[in-house]
Design a protein around this ligand. Structure first.
Ligand SMILES: Cc1ncc(COP(=O)(O)O)c(C=O)c1O
Length: 399
């Protein structure tokens, strides 16, 4: 038990206390512990005797057994993440967000099963469905992110899983997660959500009826663009399946990386507040510019997902998109190249602002992306938004 297991605590307090169990930070009876769980690097674990080896041989979680099963640094991060999800039984860690998504899908699907996958999913998630899962005999149907209760019509006797990503990380459609998970439960179908945009701080996924929630910790949890990791947190019912598949797949993460993600996690609450406020300030400024077509940001009242976002989310992160009105790709390139304070790069959620052009039309299959205007995605960092706005003004002048 760590202090943060106490469900009466608020998320910001849990972020500070998570994973700091006395047995992982040094036993206070021996003269006091350190604040952070130290980095325990290990492959081999030594046993006292054969009797000791046999006794620990069946340990599956938070007992030293073999490096791949983790050490206290790894368990501390997993524990801290579970504490953030009311209803979470445990968390498994993966070397990337993509590895977490693939492991979750593999754990929950078998040949002959049918998967409902949101059309706005991150492209490598789609690639896994169209590649590995198709080869295994799992059939995928892509569905409209705005389908809501209409999901009921797509469920067949073979449907075992509905995958959600809300908001979609390129196009920012907000899904009606409670409506979809309620239908899934009555039909005996599991749900899994890519919750990287919101994190459990803004959207506690399991409390909204989701069975498995995934995060790319590479993004906001790590927060500093220097580490890659992914996580799955699930309810008690699904946990044994996930853990067993993860052990069979042999996933292991570095304790050094876990210490870095834990360090990021401690400041997630304050960073998210600033990312959200900065992002909204920039989005609102863009919305008032004649060069801008649409701003895709669910925290803006004119966004089609705003009502559901207001109902379900506790705030906004700093990732959103916008279109450049009536211009071609070359103009978008001039705009991006003219920016000085936005790095051009994939990923997001770090302290520094990033920009990427994005082209959803090429990957959508359920609902065509018909907007002819070129789309840009911004990850707004922790800079002063006035400097970012001045930079974007320069970019627009280069169109
Ligand atoms: C929504 C979403 N999910 C998952 C991932 C994959 O995470 P990772 O880069 O850690 O593999 C990304 C990465 O950009 C993402 O944007």
């Amino acid at each position: 038990m760590s202090k943060s297991d106490d469900d009466s605590l608020r998320p910001a307090t849990k972020l500070v206390q998570g994973g700091r169990r006395p047995e992982w930070t040094g036993d206070p009876r021996l003269g006091g512990g350190v604040v952070n769980p130290p980095v325990w690097r290990a492959s081999t674990i030594l046993y006292d005797s054969i009797a000791d080896l046999k006794a620990r041989g069946h340990a599956t979680h938070d007992k030293l057994y073999y490096g791949r099963r983790g050490t206290p640094t790894v368990w501390a991060l997993a524990d801290a993440l579970t504490d953030l999800e009311p209803g979470g039984e445990g968390t498994l860690l993966y070397p990337s967000g993509v590895a977490a998504n693939s492991a979750g899908l593999l754990a929950l699907l078998s040949p002959g099963n049918h998967l409902l996958m949101v059309d706005s999913a991150y492209e490598p998630t789609r690639a896994f469905c169209n590649g590995m899962l198709a080869r295994m005999g799992v059939r995928t149907t892509y569905y409209d992110p705005l389908i809501g209760t209409g999901i009921a019509d797509l469920i067949t006797p073979e449907t075992k899983l509905i995958f959600l990503e809300s908001p979609g990380s390129l196009t920012f459609e907000v899904q009606d997660v409670p409506a979809i998970t309620a239908i899934a439960r009555t039909r005996g179908v599991l749900t899994m959500l890519d919750n990287t945009w919101a994190t459990p701080l803004l959207f506690p996924a399991l409390a909204h009826g989701v069975d498995v929630t995934m995060m790319s910790l590479t993004k906001y949890a790590g927060g500093h663009s220097d580490v890659m990791m992914g996580s799955l947190t699930s309810t008690r019912a699904v946990w044994p399946k996930l853990r067993s598949a993860t052990y069979q797949l042999g996933h292991a993460v570095s304790p050094d990386d876990c210490a870095m993600v834990l360090r990021g996690l401690r400041t997630l609450d304050v960073r998210m507040a600033r990312h959200g406020a900065n992002g909204l300030a920039v989005a609102n400024w863009l919305a008032g510019r004649p060069e801008v077509g649409r701003v895709l940001h669910p925290a803006r009242p004119d966004d089609p997902g705003h009502a559901i976002w207001t109902r379900d989310f506790r705030g906004t992160s700093g990732l959103f998109g916008f279109t450049l009105k009536g211009v071609d790709e070359a103009a978008r390139t001039r705009f991006v190249d003219a920016l000085a304070h936005f790095g051009i790069g994939f990923s997001w959620g770090g302290y520094e602002s990033l920009v990427v052009p994005s082209d959803p039309a090429a990957i959508r299959t359920a609902v065509a992306w018909t907007d002819p205007d070129p789309l840009v995605r911004l990850s707004i960092g922790l800079e002063d938004p006035a400097d970012l706005i001045a930079d974007l003004e320069r970019g627009l002048a280069a169109l």
